[in-house]
Design a protein around this ligand. Structure first.
Ligand code: 5GP
Ligand code: ZN
Length: 113
């Protein structure tokens, strides 16, 4: 996707603070963090949002959860963390390249707003 902000971040055309990268996943710091730890975990492949996940692209989503668990261990998120993927404008999605917010480092209340 030529015009996608997160595709540009994956390609290095827009700078980001990289936390982790492998062949299919990229993790970077959110530009406007809402918790002491606020990473965005994204597939390198462009998928717009969660309701576009299907049998042909779900392997990378499974891998994303492996990466999240690995980061949680490495970063010592023993006190707990939250993973959020907003799907659609009404749910708060503002960037239409699927992403998983990884939030930690403060008490996280529930239910979400
Ligand atoms: P959403 O609102 O779609 O669930 O989450 C999009 C997230 O992307 C927001 O938390 C926002 O702060 C973050 N964001 C938007 N533009 C940029 C950017 O250029 N760089 C980084 N690192 N994060 C961004
Ligand atoms: Zn994209």
């Amino acid at each position: 996707m030529n015009d996608c902000l997160f595709c540009k971040i994956v390609k290095g055309e827009i700078p980001s603070k990289k936390i982790y990268e492998d062949e299919s996943v990229y993790v970077f710091e959110d530009i406007a963090p809402t918790a002491p730890v606020h990473y965005l975990v994204i597939p390198k492949e462009h998928i717009s949002k969660l309701d576009e996940v299907n049998a042909s692209n779900s392997a990378v989503i499974a891998h994303i959860y492996e990466v999240i668990a690995q980061l949680a261990r490495e970063k010592g998120l023993d006190d707990g963390f939250r993973v959020v993927s907003n799907c659609g404008e009404s749910a708060g999605q503002s960037v239409f390249h699927i992403h998983f917010h990884l939030l930690a480092g403060r008490p996280l209340t529930w239910p979400a707003g």
